[in-house]
Structures are given as C-alpha cells and as structure tokens.
Design a protein around this ligand. Structure first.
Ligand SMILES: NC(=O)c1ccc[n+]([C@@H]2O[C@H](COP(=O)([O-])OP(=O)(O)OC[C@H]3O[C@@H](n4cnc5c(N)ncnc54)[C@H](OP(=O)(O)O)[C@@H]3O)[C@@H](O)[C@H]2O)c1
Length: 222
C-alpha cells in the first residue's frame, strides 16, 4: 500500500478517486491551494470512511506531494501548467497520474480542446522531466466515484504511459475502483486520444440522460 497525494483533492473528481483509493487501503493526502480547505475535505472523507481503509488527511499541494510516493493531478486544465511546474521538485522521482481532460463546450456540445499535437498528460511530463507521468481515470465520472456502489466493476480504466513500472503501479491502483487491474492502453502519447474521448461520453450522457462509462471486451482478465 502506498501513500497517494491528490493535487486538487477538494474537487469532485479528486475527492471521488481519493475515496476509492482510501477504501482500497491506501493512505491518501488531499491537496489544495488552501490548507484549511484540504483539511475540511479530508475530515468529510474520513467521516464517510468511518475507520475503513487507509487514512485521509489534508495539506497544501506542495506538502501533500512531498509526503506521497504517488500523486494524482485532479485539477482543471486551466491553470494546470503553472501549478504542475510549481510542484516539479516535490514530484521528482515519483509516479504522477493525470486524469485531466482538456474539454471545451460550445453550442454543439462538449469537444476535446485542440492542443497542437500534445495532451494534458504529455504537457505534465514535459514540465516534470524527473517524474514518470501516467494517464488514467479520464473516463470515470465523479458522480459514480462518489456514489455508493462498492465497485465500479462494469467499467475499465485505460492506462497510458512510457514507464512500464509506473504504469503497472497505476494499473494496480485502478483495482481499488473497478475490482480489476487497469488496462495497459499504450504509450503516453495516446492520452491525445483518451482525454478528448471523455467529450464523447459527456455527449452520450446528455443525449440519453445516463452516466456512461467505458468497458473493453476481449482483454483477458478485464
Ligand atoms: N468531474 C468529473 O466527472 C471528471 C471526470 C474525469 C476527469 N476529470 C478531470 O479531473 C480534473 C478535476 O475535475 P474536477 O471536476 O474535480 O475539477 P474542479 O472541481 O474544477 O477542480 C478541482 C480542484 O482543483 C483546484 N483548482 C481549481 N482551479 C485551479 C487552478 N487554476 N490552479 C490550481 N488548482 C486549481 C481546486 O482546489 P483548491 O481550490 O482547493 O486548490 C478545485 O477544487 C479535471 O481536469 C477534469 O477534466 C473530471
């Protein structure tokens, strides 16, 4: 079991993933730009867990990432680069997970933002040359993560990255959410396809008034 820092852990996605990681036995530190906000979110989560699983504490982002072996970036794409760059020293030699979806909305609905041949995860990797960045958890909705289901076992977590060991760590972490390891989806550059795919899921959700997810058929053990 490792200690996982969640940068932006006061938001619905970070909090939802933190809840699942902690239920799975990992210690979690919710990070925030504001220590008080982090502590409040951690108290809420700890109360919900009622002593089950790992510990949940709160700290400012830099302190949270210093204390953890694995860090999850769960912040909006706006402001992402400045924040990530500011944490380069704290995140060095660590596994850094990005679930960041650069998505825009206009009169035609949701769409992936045009990033000029890169992705949020690759941008993070460029800003964090001494970290192993892995893309994962893009397609799990915060509502499901914060819901009451024991496991989101009807969904798969697609994991992309260039460091095989880091990817393996994240695939195992995914089992705390779906009950099975995440699926190795390939190199980090495939985040360019995985991140905007979320716009398709949001579009389906709006059209059918559902909360759609992603499941891959035909992979042994998935
Ligand atoms: N919501 C979902 O269902 C979902 C699903 C899949 C992936 N994602 C991705 O997960 C990430 C987080 O989503 P979310 O809905 O939880 O986002 P959010 O609520 O908008 O933001 C999460 C946290 O990020 C911090 N933050 C906000 N603006 C910031 C800035 N400019 N610089 C630094 N920190 C900032 C805030 O924490 P503090 O103010 O406490 O610092 C906030 O609570 C996004 O990239 C999103 O694309 C979301």
């Amino acid at each position: 079991m490792s200690t996982v820092a969640v940068v932006g852990g006061t938001g619905p996605q970070g909090k939802g993933l933190a809840y699942r990681f902690a239920r799975g036995g990992h210690d979690v530190i919710l990070g925030s730009r504001d220590g008080g906000r982090a502590a409040q979110a951690a108290d809420e989560l700890a109360a919900r867990l009622g002593g089950r699983g790992g510990t949940v504490t709160g700290a400012v982002n830099a302190e949270a990432t210093t204390k953890a072996q694995v860090a999850l970036l769960a912040v909006p794409f706006t402001g992402h680069d400045v924040l990530v760059a500011s944490l380069a020293a704290e995140l060095a030699d660590k596994v850094v997970i990005s679930c960041v979806n650069p998505i825009g909305f206009d009169r035609h609905g949701p769409h992936g933002l045009e990033l000029g041949g890169t992705s949020a995860a690759e941008t993070a990797q460029a800003l964090l040359p001494d970290s192993a960045v892995v893309g994962a958890f893009h397609h799990l909705s915060a509502v499901s993560l914060n819901g009451d289901a024991d496991l989101l076992d009807h969904e798969d977590v697609l994991v992309c990255g260039d460091d095989q060991e880091a990817k393996q760590t994240v695939m195992e972490l995914a089992a705390t959410i779906t009950g099975k390891p995440g699926i190795d989806a390939g190199a980090l550059r495939l985040a360019r396809q995985l991140e905007p795919l979320t716009a398709v899921l949001i579009s389906i959700n709006k059209r059918y008034k559902v909360r759609s997810g992603l499941a891959i058929h035909g992979v042994s053990g998935s």
